[in-house]
Design a protein around this ligand. Structure first.
Ligand SMILES: Nc1nc2c(c(=O)[nH]1)N[C@H]1C(S)=C(S)[C@@H](COP(=O)(O)O)O[C@H]1N2
Ligand SMILES: [Mo]
Length: 419
């Protein structure tokens, strides 16, 4: 332990990250004084469980607090509700399948894949019905994308409210999808020249219908059957869901059973077919499909306080944009007076989460942490006040404002706002 700690310190020093000669606060230990090393532990004594004791693996019992959580007062029932990804406990850019937030309007549909059908009808040359087996015979693609509910951070429009990034930002997940391009399926049926919209429909009892402009449908949408290599989870639409990269989550229809091609979208036929953003003047923003550039510091954060005292501190977070890659993330520790460029580590993929780090030497004083993302299209994440000036305070959807965490001397962290 001493050796590896020394090695880490050397690495920090050579990397120039531990400015001012600070080092990891390693305890100097004399040989024989560290019981975890010198004494035989329980787990040294017994023969462990063999293979096949866990045919489908689950995390260590010591990780039992890493779970999706809901906010009881938020919705009237759990069937038409939402829970949140525990972003504060995760690293990298991929969300494990069992931790992807869930949003459903009529509970989880449990569908036998042998009974699953996908119908394509409307303005097509040949209406078709596919089985899962049919779909798996088309050439497929693997793509990593984030999915964010348009209501993510919606509770924070009027002021800081929920104490944890799980609740303020946890309606986002990012997995690798395996599926067939929607374009392939549409071309198989043959699109008529007057077609303008593709309208997916879900098989759950909410029969979710959404309207997707044909251009987007032919661009990068997928009809996906796998996430992170395994079958979709029932919560995520098993056995088939639509993937609409960079666009708001409600369009990613789960338990997908039908694609209607049309010249007029659902939202011109029915009242409720899409979300709108209510502005201060009572008007509504009608089409807000793309999820704008956004970021959040996931650690430290209210559910991930600093427990090790001053010295080296890893500040880490996530950034994403529906318009492409993240070009840069800036982090401030003083509420926006000074900004430093964070280090993006791991893949930088369009319309996927990006992981960033700022490694600092914390002097133990109060911090006001914020992150600000800039995407490759040149958009800069706004402050919450800039957003309110532009959109008023009646919105629920599309809050991509800069989040502030107050780190206190004792390491506790709180959700605050600075003006
Ligand atoms: N069939 C169906 N699809 C659906 C929904 C639904 O209730 N039923 N909810 C939508 C909403 S509002 C969101 S944000 C995403 C959430 O996807 P997830 O549950 O995989 O996180 O699914 C969308 N697709
Ligand atoms: Mo959503």
């Amino acid at each position: 332990m001493g050796d590896s700690a020394r090695l880490d310190r050397r690495r920090l020093l050579t990397a120039g990250l531990a400015a001012g000669g600070a080092a990891l606060a390693t305890r100097a230990i004399g040989a024989g004084s560290e019981p975890a090393i010198t004494e035989i532990q329980d787990w040294n004594r017994y023969l462990g469980e063999g293979v096949q004791s866990r045919p489908y693996g689950i995390p260590s019992e010591f990780e039992a607090n890493v779970v999706r959580r809901d906010v009881e007062w938020l919705t009237a029932s759990t069937e038409s509700s939402v829970n949140f990804t525990p972003l504060q406990d995760l690293d990298g850019i991929i969300t494990p399948n069992g931790l992807c937030f869930e949003r459903h309007h009529a509970g989880i549909a449990e569908i036998d894949p042998a009974q699953q059908r996908l119908m394509i009808n409307g303005l097509v040359d040949t209406p078709l019905v596919f089985t899962m087996e049919d779909l798996k015979r088309f050439p497929r693609e693997n793509r990593i994308y984030f999915l964010e509910c348009a209501a993510n951070s919606g509770m924070e429009w009027r002021g800081s409210q929920l104490n944890g990034c799980q609740y303020t930002h946890g309606m986002v997940h990012c997995v690798m999808y395996t599926g067939v391009p929607l374009k392939t399926i549409l071309q198989e049926a043959g699109i008529k020249t007057n077609a303008k919209w593709v309208m997916p429909e879900g098989a759950d009892s909410s029969a979710m219908t959404r309207s997707i402009p044909l251009d987007k449908a032919l661009d990068d949408c997928l009809v996906a059957f796998k996430m992170n290599g395994e079958a979709l989870r029932p919560e995520q639409g098993y056995p088939l869901r639509l993937v609409v990269p960079g666009w708001e989550g409600n369009m990613w229809v789960k338990w997908l059973r039908r694609l209607e091609v049309g010249d007029m979208p659902w939202h011109q036929r029915e009242e409720t077919a899409k979300y709108t953003d209510l502005l201060a003047n009572g008007k509504a923003r009608r089409f807000t499909w793309v999820m704008d550039v956004k970021s959040v510091i996931t650690s430290p954060s209210p559910q991930a306080p600093v427990t090790h005292g001053k010295g080296p501190l890893v500040i880490s977070g996530l950034a994403w944009s529906g318009k492409g890659r993240i070009k840069r993330v800036d982090v401030t520790t003083d509420g926006g007076r000074n900004w430093k460029t964070a280090r993006i580590d791991g893949p930088s993929l369009p319309k996927a989460l990006h992981r960033f780090y700022l490694d600092i030497d914390w002097d133990g004083s109060d911090l006001l942490l914020q992150s600000r993302a800039i995407d490759e299209a040149g958009f800069v994440q706004p402050t919450k006040n800039e957003l309110r000036l532009a959109r008023g305070e009646n919105s629920i959807y599309h809050n991509n404002g800069i989040q502030t965490w107050h780190v206190k001397a004792d390491g506790a962290v709180e959700n605050v706002e600075v003006s």
